[in-house]
Write a protein that binds this ligand. Sequence first.
Ligand code: HEC
Ligand code: HEC
Ligand code: HEC
Ligand code: HEC
Ligand code: HEC
Ligand code: HEC
Ligand code: HEC
Ligand code: HEC
Ligand code: HEC
Ligand code: HEC
Ligand code: HEC
Ligand code: HEC
Ligand code: HEC
Length: 448
Amino acid sequence: MTISKPDSRIEGLLLVACHSLLVTCFFLAFAQPVRANTCLGECHADIAKVADRHAPVAEDCLSCHRQTAGNHPAAKGNEFSLAAAGPALCFKCHDPLPQGKQHAPVAEGKCTACHDPHGGSGRALLATSGAPQNQREVCFRCHPRERFSKPFPHGPVAMGACTVCHDPHASANPALLRKSGRKICLGCHADFAQGLRKAAFVHSAVKEKECTTCHEPHGGDKPALLKEDMRELCFGCHQDIKELVERGKSRHEPISGEGSCGSCHLVHYGDHPNLLFKEEKALCLQCHGGGNGAPPAGGRDIEKEISGKKYLHGPLAEGKCTPCHDPHASRFASLLKGEYPGTFYAGYREGLYDFCFGCHDKNLLKEGSTATGFRDGTRNLHALHVVRDVKGRTCMACHAPHASDSAKLITKEGVPFGSWRVPLRFEKTDTGGSCAPGCHRKMEYKRK
Ligand code: HEC
Ligand code: HEC
Ligand code: HEC
Ligand code: HEC
Ligand code: HEC
Ligand code: HEC
Ligand code: HEC
Ligand code: HEC
Ligand code: HEC
Ligand code: HEC
Ligand code: HEC
Ligand code: HEC
Ligand code: HEC
């Protein structure tokens, strides 16, 4: 804001004053301007003490005050009026404030609700406390302090630097913000802005919505200025996942844990698809392997199950777990993406193996079908073992779900059967194979 230079100030003042009051006119015309020093001595020591004085105060009290009677200071009465009322006084020397959407007290002309006309303890005629940018006490005259004193305050708010974000007078942006939307945030969070520009993947919510969709700009009751606990925040938009987690038969434990969605996802942007903070397999094995020294989640070391194995189940060979497991929750056991019995025996019914048949040919269980290599002539040995009303063998009786050193993912170590592991002793030939399992004597099958 520029200051207009009132060269003919005294003349102007005289004119105005003469008009209003003859006595004052006389006084002013024949007396010297009331130099500040005259008044600041013993009488107005409070003004003299002001740390950062308003320029005209140091020069001439009468640039703002008019003496309405001649007996001050002798009578010590209130014999002064202001040279102009309200903001008009200020605008005698200052350019008018920008129009547009003004802050309520500005629109009402209450300049002195914030500014002390004589000076302040910091710059801009404001009462500050501590650091010069700590102007919050001024704001707290009208805005309740409690709202800005939450357990997790935002740095600049705790510093009282309200006006780094807000223009105290007027702004074209909502909430008197100095810049619109995220620009205000990214102005300070420069490393974030840089990361955002470089990242391969940006969360739509961050790209398309304001930062304040998720964050309290001033501070809040949650860490990281979050409006709600992370999980609830995410569920707010990801309803499908919320429903699955709430209603599913199996739910992935980390989601309800402390890290919640952040155990696997970056929130703003990242270099891996789905905002994962590392490659999928490495991510899963971080908790489901013994690599990091900690015991694996659930006690089962999947890393050990697969590492160094000759045959990896298709998706695993491509570094994927999620074609089979939903990382969040599932309507089925073990976070599987389809129905699958988690037991050694199960009475057969339609749909029981939907999980496997999401990817494999359903006909491999069909009597007389040649869709399977596990047959003796045309006798389907898959059907023989699996399709039984009672004690049908489930796939896990013979196949390992993740990896094996035997061809066709036949389990080598054997399948847990109570406290025992049932060895299969499978041998594959060009036209068939043989098994000598714990279940029966060695038997051979030949497709031709
Ligand atoms: C830039 C204009 C301006 C100048 C210059 C100025 N004043 Fe004031 N003064 C005001 C205004 C405006 C008020 C009314 C404050 C209010 O209503 O909150 C005021 C109020 C006062 C008051 C009464 C209320 C109080 O704060 O105690 C005194 C006394 C006073 N001024 C003395 C002085 C003296 C002495 C000088 C010169 C050293 C001076 N003023 C210079 C604008 C000015
Ligand atoms: C007689 C002329 C005059 C009047 C009337 C006047 N000011 Fe000033 N004001 C000045 C001058 C001169 C400066 C110093 C400008 C500079 O340093 O660039 C100043 C500076 C300021 C500053 C900046 C101080 C700082 O530390 O940065 C503020 C804020 C201010 N005035 C507010 C007001 C308000 C509010 C009013 C009305 C109550 C008012 N002024 C009335 C002349 C005036
Ligand atoms: C709600 C409080 C508030 C009100 C009301 C207010 N101001 Fe200010 N004003 C401030 C703050 C805070 C600053 C310092 C801004 C900063 O730190 O950048 C300021 C700065 C100024 C400045 C210094 C130049 C500048 O823009 O930085 C002038 C001049 C000024 N105000 C004049 C006025 C006038 C004239 C009015 C009345 C029409 C007024 N103010 C009303 C809070 C207020
Ligand atoms: C004299 C009282 C007063 C002071 C002092 C004051 N405000 Fe306000 N402020 C108001 C009022 C009244 C409103 C309008 C409230 C409403 O609309 O609910 C308001 C509204 C606001 C808004 C919202 C504007 C919008 O358009 O949504 C912001 C931001 C704001 N003030 C910031 C500040 C800051 C920062 C300070 C300190 C520099 C401050 N206020 C000091 C009275 C004040
Ligand atoms: C880091 C930037 C930033 C700082 C610092 C900041 N604010 Fe805000 N403020 C905002 C944003 C952004 C909004 C808009 C909130 C929204 O859209 O939900 C806002 C809104 C407001 C509002 C109006 C809406 C509401 O929540 O009532 C007021 C009043 C307000 N701020 C006062 C203050 C005061 C007082 C301070 C200092 C104690 C302050 N602000 C410091 C960014 C900030
Ligand atoms: C004036 C500079 C400034 C602006 C503007 C600013 N911030 Fe900050 N922000 C900081 C500082 C300083 C910290 C504290 C950094 C630290 O502790 O490492 C911080 C911390 C944060 C934190 C982390 C808090 C925590 O407890 O971990 C979040 C989240 C945040 N800011 C979001 C925002 C958002 C959203 C906006 C825009 C509304 C914004 N910031 C605007 C300076 C700013
Ligand atoms: C979809 C909700 C959401 C949006 C939108 C969002 N954030 Fe966050 N932000 C979070 C969550 C959740 C955390 C906590 C992350 C954690 O604890 O791992 C966080 C943490 C932060 C942190 C502190 C930790 C860090 O990563 O440095 C900063 C700073 C931050 N956000 C700034 C921003 C800024 C700036 C924007 C806007 C460009 C923004 N956020 C938009 C949800 C969001
Ligand atoms: C304001 C709404 C909103 C919030 C809150 C939100 N998201 Fe999103 N998120 C979206 C939208 C929109 C998409 C775009 C994908 C879509 O169309 O479903 C998305 C996509 C994603 C994606 C897929 C990213 C990709 O590259 O395809 C992940 C992962 C994600 N969000 C995680 C989270 C997490 C974790 C949280 C909580 C911190 C969260 N979201 C909060 C709206 C939101
Ligand atoms: C254990 C790790 C893990 C946790 C915890 C996790 N996710 Fe995911 N999320 C993933 C993986 C891996 C993918 C990609 C594979 C896929 O799409 O199934 C993914 C994909 C997504 C997607 C995009 C695909 C889709 O399903 O819409 C969204 C959105 C998402 N997650 C949100 C969330 C939210 C919200 C939370 C917290 C409630 C959360 N995630 C917790 C691992 C996790
Ligand atoms: C942050 C650690 C963590 C990460 C990362 C993680 N998990 Fe888990 N997972 C767990 C914990 C803890 C359990 C619960 C173990 C238990 O039941 O004792 C669990 C359980 C499981 C279960 C069994 C669920 C049930 O209902 O029995 C499966 C399957 C699973 N995780 C797969 C995955 C997949 C796939 C990934 C990668 C997308 C993954 N996990 C990433 C910690 C993790
Ligand atoms: C081709 C499908 C498939 C892929 C890919 C796959 N799994 Fe599995 N997983 C299964 C099946 C089927 C089961 C249930 C049978 C069992 O427990 O042996 C299972 C069981 C589990 C269990 C034990 C669940 C429980 O209830 O205790 C964990 C943990 C697990 N998998 C983690 C992973 C991880 C980590 C990956 C990726 C590195 C992965 N899985 C990849 C099919 C798969
Ligand atoms: C997400 C898809 C998917 C699911 C679900 C799945 N598989 Fe697989 N499976 C594959 C792929 C891909 C291969 C490797 C390609 C091939 O040889 O057919 C494979 C290979 C196999 C093999 C070895 C075949 C060979 O010729 O070497 C067996 C055995 C097998 N799966 C059994 C199962 C069983 C049992 C289930 C259910 C528990 C199952 N699969 C679920 C995708 C899947
Ligand atoms: C009694 C042991 C046993 C059971 C139970 C079993 N399989 Fe097999 N499966 C085999 C053998 C042995 C082969 C290898 C056949 C060959 O190529 O010689 C095989 C091969 C496969 C193949 C490769 C393609 C084919 O059919 O040749 C798939 C896929 C497969 N099984 C899926 C399943 C599914 C799904 C289940 C559960 C519904 C299941 N198996 C149950 C023993 C079994």
